[in-house]
Design a protein around this ligand. Structure first.
Ligand SMILES: C[S@@+](CC[C@H](N)C(=O)[O-])C[C@H]1O[C@@H](n2cnc3c(N)ncnc32)[C@H](O)[C@@H]1O
Length: 334
């Protein structure tokens, strides 16, 4: 039987180049997965270098690197700061995040990420968590489900889809597909099914919230001169990262100092977003929506006051922005 590949890393060379790895530096790959990016980081580390690979999915542990310089942490990256403290690491020289799911999640059909096979509606990356896609459908109002489909799946007919899903109350991926299929145009069916599944997955795993927390903590754990490299696969994630790296907040609100200079803790390493080449997309079609952004921390944030303010700011803006976007589009899109 053909053995499936756990994952093929996207934008591998570009993200490793972006990290500008110091041989004796300390690095964190917060989305370890199949370990493709971690292996490449390790190749650039000397005997005093160190790498922590985090993943909230314990399946990733099977790919751990057998190397004294490597530590695997089974954790959500929203706890990055606490985990580094636990391992006695006071500052890091680079953080890499390759967001979303791995090929393994789609291939392990029993986990409910794929619309191509019938399985329980699960979609948890962390199997110790209790909130599943089934639970989401059972507990969310039709309106809240429609918001999830609209925001995270960018599905124009989100309200009709939500209504059909709530009515059918599916327990499996196959039942979910049957519930929404009559609303999809045959030519768009695969694309829209993948958007429905993506939206539910993002909500089940609290992906945007985890990213928000990771970004805030990067300011506290990176050493000055340290690099943050993030690969996103969704426009909302990319916008958060872009704003954060430009302005120091996910809203992108630019603050200037007394001299009119932009007040940001970051220096952009690449002004333009980095996307895969045609050749990479041909070799690895799942990389097609990948976007890489890299920034260097100029000044570390040390006071809790700043970080608390930043966190509150990030949380409020995203909620308002979400509401605003829904209100604006509601009439025309549903
Ligand atoms: C796109 S894959 C990363 C693949 C990896 N770069 C490689 O080369 O194999 C994303 C991985 O991140 C993990 N992940 C996603 N969100 C996470 C989070 N908030 N905390 C920890 N791990 C997360 C997923 O379980 C998955 O294994």
């Amino acid at each position: 039987m053909e053995q499936s590949v756990y994952h093929i890393p996207a934008l591998l060379e570009q993200s490793i180049a972006g990290l500008a790895i110091k041989p004796d530096g300390v690095y964190v790959d917060v989305t370890f997965g199949g370990g493709g990016h971690s292996r490449a980081i390790m190749e650039h580390l000397g005997s005093n270098g160190r790498l922590v690979g985090m993943d909230q999915d314990m399946d990733a542990w099977q790919n751990r690197l057998e190397d004294d310089r490597f530590t695997f942490a089974h954790a959500n990256f929203s706890y990055l700061k606490n985990f580094l403290r636990y391992y006695g690491i006071s500052g890091v020289d680079g953080i890499l995040a390759d967001l979303g799911v791995s090929f393994h999640h789609f291939d392990a059909v029993e986990r409910g990420f794929s619309f191509r096979a019938d399985a329980p509606l699960d979609m948890r990356m962390n199997r110790s968590a209790t909130f599943t896609a089934r639970e989401l459908i059972n507990t969310y109002s039709e309106e809240r489900l429609a918001d999830v489909l609209y925001l995270y799946g960018e599905l124009r007919q989100s309200r009709r889809l939500a209504s059909a899903i709530i009515k059918a109350n599916p327990a499996t991926t196959g039942e979910l597909v049957e519930a929404v299929r009559p609303l999809l145009k045959p030519a768009q069916e695969k694309k829209e099914l993948s958007m429905v599944f993506q939206a539910l997955r993002i909500e089940v795993n609290g992906e945007l919230n985890a990213l928000r927390k990771l970004l805030a903590q990067s300011l506290e754990v990176l050493n000055p001169g340290g690099r943050l490299a993030i690969i996103t696969y969704h426009s909302l994630e990319d916008r958060m990262v872009k704003n954060f790296m430009r302005a120091g907040n996910v809203e992108g609100k630019q603050e200037k100092d007394f001299f009119g200079r932009l007040n940001t803790p970051w220096r952009l390493v690449n002004n333009k977003v980095i996307v895969p080449s045609d050749e990479e997309v041909a070799r690895n079609p799942r990389s097609r929506s990948a976007k890489l952004r890299v920034a260097e921390l100029v000044a570390r944030m040390t006071t809790n006051v700043n970080n608390d303010r930043l966190r509150t700011h990030i949380a409020s803006i995203t909620t308002d922005e979400r509401q605003e976007k829904c209100n604006y589009k509601r009439k025309t899109c549903r």
